[in-house]
Design a protein around this ligand. Structure first.
Ligand code: SAJ
Length: 448
C-alpha cells in the first residue's frame, strides 16, 4: 500500500437513503480521523436532487437527517454535484435493484454499480481506497470491482485499496443505527481494512469487524434473508391459524416466550427495497442450492393473494360498494412505497372488484408518489363497506372507532397487522377481522 495517511477527502457516489446520511456523517464527524476535517463530495446523477439539496431541500424523509445534512453543508465540509472529483476514498452507495426475466429467478441488476465505478475510474490515483456499500451478490468485489480497477491500469491491493462495507441501517432509524450498529468491513488486505476502519470509526460507536469482501457480501445477504425466511414462516403459520380458527398472534406471542424462539410477525407481505429483493441475489446465482430461500420469497409474495381472498370473504356476496384502504407504505411510519405489498393488493382489488369504489389513504407517502392517494381519512372512510389496514402506521392505532362508525356504511374492519384493539372496536359495533386470527378478534392471551 503506497499511502497509509489518514484520508482527508471522501467522494460518496449515490445520495439516496444510505449515501446522503453517510456523506453527511463523514462531513460532520470526519475531523475525528486525524484532527482536521474530512472534505466530502457527494455525487448523484439526478440533477434535480442536487439542485434541491443546494437549496436546502432534503429529498428523503428520515428522522434527524435534515439537521445533519444542513450542518454538513453549512460547515463547508460537504459539497455536492453530479460528477465525482479526485478524493482519497470513494464510496459507492447506489441501488442494486433486481432484474427479472420471464421464467427465471430474479438476479441482481449491477448496472448502477458498474456505471458508478466507471464514473470514478478517471479520478483514481495510487493510494486511493474504493469502498462498495451497495447490497451485492457474493463475489461482486472480486469479480466486478477488482477487474475494473485492474483494467484502469492499477494493481488492486498495492496501488488501490478495495473494501466491501455493507450498510445495515433500518429505514426510520437510519441516523441512530448508522452510529450504533456494528459494522462489517471486508477488505482485500489488512492495511486497507485499517484505513476503512479509521474512517468509519469517526462516527460509528458499534464494533467494527474486519473480514474478506466475499464474507462481508454474504453477511449482508444472509441478514436480510434470515428475516425473509422467518417472516415467511410466520405467514405460513398465520394461514394455518386461519383454518384452525385460532389466533396466530397468540401462538407467536406464547411461542416466543420460549428462550430460544424468535418468530417474526405475519403480515400482508414483505416490501421495501431490501428484504423482498436481496434473497433473490442468492437464488439468482445459486438456483439449485436455495430451495428454502426461494420458497420463503414465494410464500411472502403470495400473501397479497391471501389478503384479497379474505377481503372477498368479508364482502360476502356484495357486488358493489366502497373499500377504504388505509396505508400504502411498505411498513409503519415511513413514506416509502417501494415493493409495498399494499400496492400489489390495491392493483389486485382494482382488477377483481371493478364495480367497487376504492379509496386509498396514507399519512406519510406524498401524493406526488401515488396520485390516487386521499389525504382526508374521514373522506376515505365515509360510505365504506369495509376498511382494510395494510400498513401499521401509528396514526391508524389512534383512530376513534366511534368516528369511523359514524361515517362508514358497514362497521367492518380488516387489520392485516394486528394494530387495532378488539376492546375498542367491538363495543363500537364493529366486526374486527385480524389477519391470521381465524375470526376470533376478541380473544386475549391471559397471563395469569
Ligand atoms: N415485516 C413483516 N414482519 C416482521 C417484520 C417485517 O411482515 O416481523 C415486513 C415489513 O412490514 C416490511 C418488510 O417486512 O414490509 C421489511 O421491513 P423491515 O423493517 O424488516 O426491514 P427493512 O427492509 O426496512 O430493512 C432491512 C433491515 N434488515 C434487517 O433487519 C436484517 C435493515 O437493517 C437493512 O439495512 C435493510 O433491510 C437494508 O438496507 O438491507
Amino acid at each position: 500500500m503506497s499511502n497509509q495517511a489518514a484520508p482527508k477527502s471522501v467522494c460518496v457516489v449515490g445520495l439516496g437513503y444510505i449515501g446522503l446520511p453517510t456523506a453527511s456523517m463523514f462531513a460532520t464527524n470526519g475531523y475525528r480521523v486525524s484532527g482536521s476535517p474530512v472534505h466530502v463530495h457527494g455525487v448523484d446523477i439526478n440533477s434535480k436532487i442536487i439542485e434541491r439539496l443546494k437549496k436546502g431541500i432534503v429529498h428523503i424523509k428520515e428522522p434527524g437527517l435534515e439537521t445533519v445534512v444542513k450542518a454538513a453543508i453549512t460547515s463547508g465540509n460537504l459539497d455536492i454535484g453530479t460528477k465525482p472529483v479526485p478524493s482519497d476514498v470513494f464510496i459507492i452507495a447506489v441501488p442494486t435493484p433486481h432484474h427479472e426475466e420471464p421464467g427465471q429467478a430474479p438476479t441482481a441488476d449491477m448496472r448502477f454499480v458498474k456505471s458508478a465505478m466507471e464514473s470514478i475510474l478517471p479520478h483514481l490515483r495510487k493510494g486511493n481506497l474504493v469502498i462498495l456499500e451497495s447490497t451485492s451478490p457474493p463475489g461482486t468485489t472480486e469479480k466486478l470491482i477488482i477487474p475494473m480497477i485492474k483494467e484502469a491500469g492499477f494493481e488492486p491491493g498495492k496501488d488501490i485499496g478495495v473494501a466491501y462495507c455493507p450498510e445495515r441501517v433500518i429505514p426510520g432509524k437510519t441516523m441512530k443505527e448508522l452510529i450504533s450498529n456494528d459494522r462489517i468491513i471486508g477488505a482485500i488486505s489488512e492495511p486497507w481494512a485499517e484505513m476503512a476502519k479509521q474512517l468509519y470509526r469517526s462516527f460509528v460507536s458499534g464494533e467494527i469487524f474486519l473480514t474478506d469482501p466475499t464474507t462481508a457480501e454474504m453477511v449482508k445477504l444472509v441478514e436480510n434473508t434470515y428475516r425473509d425466511v422467518n417472516i415467511a414462516f410466520a405467514n405460513e403459520i398465520a394461514m394455518l391459524c386461519e383454518k384452525l380458527k385460532i389466533s396466530v398472534w397468540d401462538v407467536v406471542q406464547m411461542a416466543n416466550r420460549h428462550p430460544r424462539v424468535n418468530i417474526h410477525n405475519p403480515g400482508p407481505g414483505v416490501g421495501g427495497h431490501c428484504i423482498s429483493v436481496d434473497p433473490w441475489f442468492l437464488v439468482g446465482d445459486f438456483p439449485n442450492d436455495t430451495p428454502l430461500v426461494r420458497t420463503a420469497r414465494e410464500t411472502n409474495d403470495n400473501m397479497p393473494n391471501n389478503v384479497v381472498k379474505i377481503i372477498k370473504n368479508l364482502l360476502g356476496g356484495k357486488t358493489s360498494g366502497k373499500i377504504a384502504i388505509l396505508g400504502i407504505a411498505y411498513k409503519a411510519n415511513v413514506d416509502d412505497k417501494r415493493q409495498s405489498p399494499a400496492v400489489t393488493i390495491i392493483e389486485k382489488l382494482e382488477k377483481e372488484f371493478k364495480s367497487f369504489e376504492l379509496a386509498v389513504h396514507d399519512p406519510h407517502v406524498p401524493q406526488e408518489f401515488y396520485p390516487k392517494l386521499e389525504t382526508d381519512i374521514k373522506k376515505v372512510l365515509t360510505g365504506a363497506d369495509l376498511a382494510v389496514i395494510l400498513t401499521g402506521h401509528d396514526a391508524y392505532k389512534n383512530i376513534d372507532p366511534n368516528d369511523a362508525a359514524a361515517v362508514m356504511k358497514t362497521r367492518l374492519i380488516f387489520d392485516t397487522h394486528n394494530i387495532l384493539k378488539a376492546q375498542r372496536w367491538v363495543p363500537a359495533g364493529f366486526t374486527l377481522k385480524t389477519l391470521g386470527n381465524g375470526g376470533h378478534s376478541d380473544k386475549k392471551v391471559k397471563t395469569k
